[in-house]
Design a binder for this molecule. Structure first.
Ligand code: HPA
Length: 293
């Protein structure tokens, strides 16, 4: 029977399931000699400039696996992304940090871009932490702010669950209400309070990029109810919730994107202001993560 699906890369259904399994097996093989590291309790995905989160792992052991050594996983190319999996422990609890992510704007489908995260979810990881760099649509936000994501709008034009459902991973029609776990959000706000970091809160909208938004698009996104705009995260949030995992996510506001700026965003500014926010976020996570363990 000819396959009439329009998913042109052929990576869906049984083939996607096989690739997720193969990537999970490769990671498991590397981590099994290190005992419980092969069964992580949580996974963190790091956006641009957030490599410092790796330092929240206990110094020893840290097992580094470059993405290029995991079969079927896109190799990350964009500046500011390391492209490696780091396994370790946070206050004794096994965790995996994905330092760098593949983006749809590089030409990957959402199915490919989320393949590595799904492989890690296959190993375990009941809690997923997502981070990104984003433009601030909310006029109250400044570059350098950290926003706790309360909800998202997926305007990327795609969905990682397109294609036949992989039933062993989750249901065909997963609910996305309260996708960003209310109890985890409360815990994050408490951690921010204890560490004296001011957290913004708001809705993240994902576009495909890679072009930044026009002024008209920024105004439209604001009117739609979004507070921050970026090119990632929502697709990962969808696979995490499909798999029934607890989800927490943060945006580093690297630039304002209200439409009133004299000049638009540029990648250098995004990396530079990401550093400011990253230091704040690492402070909050340093308090929060050991409590989640
Ligand atoms: N728009 C989209 N993505 C981004 C931005 C932005 O202004 N800043 C950082 N990532």
């Amino acid at each position: 029977m000819p396959d009439l699906r329009s998913l042109s890369d052929g990576i869906y259904g049984d083939e996607l399931d096989r690739r997720i399994g193969a990537a999970a097996d490769a990671i498991r093989t590397r981590l099994t000699p290190h005992g419980d590291l092969a069964v992580p309790r949580f996974v963190a995905v790091l956006g641009s400039g957030l490599g410092g989160v790796v330092e929240l792992l206990d110094p020893d052991p840290r097992i580094v696996i470059p993405y290029g050594e995991i079969p079927g996983v896109p190799v990350v190319e964009v500046a500011g992304h390391a492209g490696q999996l780091v396994a370790g422990r946070v206050a004794g609890t096994p965790a995996i940090v994905l330092s760098g992510r593949a983006h749809a704007y590089e030409g990957y489908s959402h199915r490919e871009a989320t393949l590595l995260l799904r492989a890690v979810l296959d190993l375990g990881a009941d809690t997923v932490l997502l981070t990104n760099a984003a433009g601030g649509l909310n006029p109250a936000f400044d570059a350098g702010d950290v926003m706790l994501i309360t909800d998202h709008i997926n305007l990327s034009g795609e969905n990682p669950l397109l294609g036949p459902n992989i039933d062993r991973l989750g249901p065909r029609f997963p609910p996305m209400t309260d996708a960003y776990d209310p109890a985890l959000r409360d815990a994050a706000l408490e951690a921010a309070g204890r560490t004296g970091v001011e957290l913004r809160q708001g809705v993240y909208v994902m576009l495909s990029g890679p072009a930044y938004e026009t002024r008209a698009e920024m105004r439209m996104l604001r009117q739609l109810g979004a507070d921050a705009v970026g090119m990632s995260t929502a697709h990962e949030a969808i696979v995490a919730r499909h798999a029934g995992r607890r989800l927490l996510a943060f945006s580093l506001i690297t630039n304002t994107a209200t439409g009133e700026e004299e000049e638009g965003a540029n990648h250098e500014e995004v990396i530079e202001m990401g550093r400011v926010g990253a230091a704040r976020l690492v402070t909050v996570l340093g308090d929060l993560l050991p409590r989640l363990a």
